[in-house]
Design a protein around this ligand. Structure first.
Ligand code: NI
Length: 207
């Protein structure tokens, strides 16, 4: 396995519409997935999409922290990819179909389809390993359904809320060349993590 270089915002690979994976079980794909999980964990992230490691294919990996806030309460505790695990309520992180809980281990989603489960949206704090040091409040669907396959061709399907839903939407956006600033509606809520941690609760109250 190897730790891969992460593309930063400004690199054109992050703006591409990625291509479907023809053979999820191909050794090259298995190696890529293993390297992406290692890279994500090395970087302290909770999600990583293939274009972020310069591969324009429709797959991403994520691993939800064991315990996490469902309702983000600030940019320092509820960011996205680049965020260290925080204090939280595990029951609120999301709902895995069939298990009633958010997935604990790393999840591999190849050729994913993500759909809103209802009309509700929420504003939550996100970061991105391709936009290091920044945090922003980003509107997302509150509840989504997603499906795809893993490297063994097994169906992966779940309904997600809370951080689980945010991560899946954020990573899926990467596959269409979409970075979180492109989803933002209030750019006052974009800033450096350190400053946002200190001041954003005030800003969020105004938003
Ligand atoms: Ni990202």
């Amino acid at each position: 396995m190897a730790i891969l270089k992460i593309a930063r915002m400004g690199h054109p690979v992050l703006l591409q519409r990625c291509l479907p994976v023809d053979d999820p079980g191909h050794p090259d794909i298995r190696r890529l997935v293993a390297d992406m999980i290692e890279t994500m964990e090395d970087a302290g992230g909770i999600g990583l999409a293939a274009p972020q490691v310069h591969v324009a294919l429709r797959l991403f990996v994520f691993r939800l922290p064991a315990a996490r806030m469902a309702r983000p309460d600030g940019p320092g505790t509820a960011g996205q990819e680049g965020d260290p695990p925080g204090e939280a309520d595990p029951a609120a992180a999301g709902v895995g179909v069939g298990t009633g809980a958010a997935p604990a281990g790393p999840v591999v989603l190849i050729n994913p389809v993500v759909e809103a489960a209802d009309e509700a949206t929420v504003l939550g704090w996100e970061g991105c390993l391709s936009i290091p040091g920044l945090r922003a409040a980003v509107p997302r669907h509150a509840r989504v359904r997603y499906r795809g396959v893993d490297c063994d061709g097994r169906a992966v399907e779940a309904e997600a809320t809370g951080l689980h839903a945010v991560v899946v939407q954020h990573e899926n956006d990467h596959l269409d060349g979409m970075l979180y600033p492109m989803r933002m509606t209030d750019f006052r809520l974009l800033g450096f993590q350190e400053e946002m941690t200190r001041f954003a609760p005030v800003l969020a109250g105004e938003a």
